[in-house]
Write a protein that binds this ligand. Structure first.
Ligand SMILES: [Zn+2]
Length: 185
């Protein structure tokens, strides 16, 4: 999915306050509410917006057990299991590596049983301690439209105005924009 300036602005507002209403976003960005809704829908469908609340919720539950599971083959049903939060195809004897988070030992055993049905010879390792965990910074490839001249750029100059970021292709456009804003007051 190719993001444009409007998508980026919506993402920034959601990043600041994930509970901001569509109405408020529409007001701030001068968009219609249906536009905001459909854009957010697209961002979710394309995986740009992930389930923030679910991630936070899981971390808040202290009793979680993290499992690393290796399997020989990917059964489509595995993709549907909520407890499995990451799946990688890897090199090595067992080409599938999964990370799962479960609520306790009982759930861990249930998950292992379920996976065994789908994939036969799985190996389950229990994480004892998390020594480092960092989300890789996502690189957003976006095309920004200059808010002054309308040309597009990948490396905009960002200027925050009334809580909304404005994007400019060059310092001249920023200068002209700021002058125009001043004169319109
Ligand atoms: Zn420009």
């Amino acid at each position: 999915m190719r993001l444009d300036s409007t998508d980026i602005r919506i993402l920034k507002l959601l990043e600041d306050d994930s509970r901001i209403s569509h109405k408020r976003i529409a007001e701030l960005l001068n968009l219609s509410r249906p536009t905001v809704k459909s854009r957010i829908g697209k961002l979710i469908n394309n995986g740009i917006i992930k389930k923030f609340t679910v991630q936070i919720g899981r971390e808040a539950l202290k009793e979680n057990i993290t499992l690393f599971i290796m399997a020989s083959s990917l059964n489509k049903n595995i993709l549907e299991i909520d407890e499995i939060v990451e799946i990688y195809r890897v090199t090595g004897e067992k080409p599938l590596l999964m990370k799962a988070v479960v609520g306790g030992m009982k759930e861990a055993v249930e998950l292992a049983d379920k996976l065994n049905e789908f994939s036969g010879d799985i190996i389950v390792e229990i994480a004892l301690e998390n020594l480092k965990s960092e989300e890789a910074e996502p690189v957003l490839k976006a095309e920004y439209t200059c808010d002054y001249c309308g040309s597009t750029t990948n490396t905009p100059i960002i200027f925050k105005h009334h809580n909304v970021e404005r994007y400019f292709c060059c310092p001249v456009c920023l200068k002209n924009y700021r002058r125009a804003v001043r004169e319109s007051r």
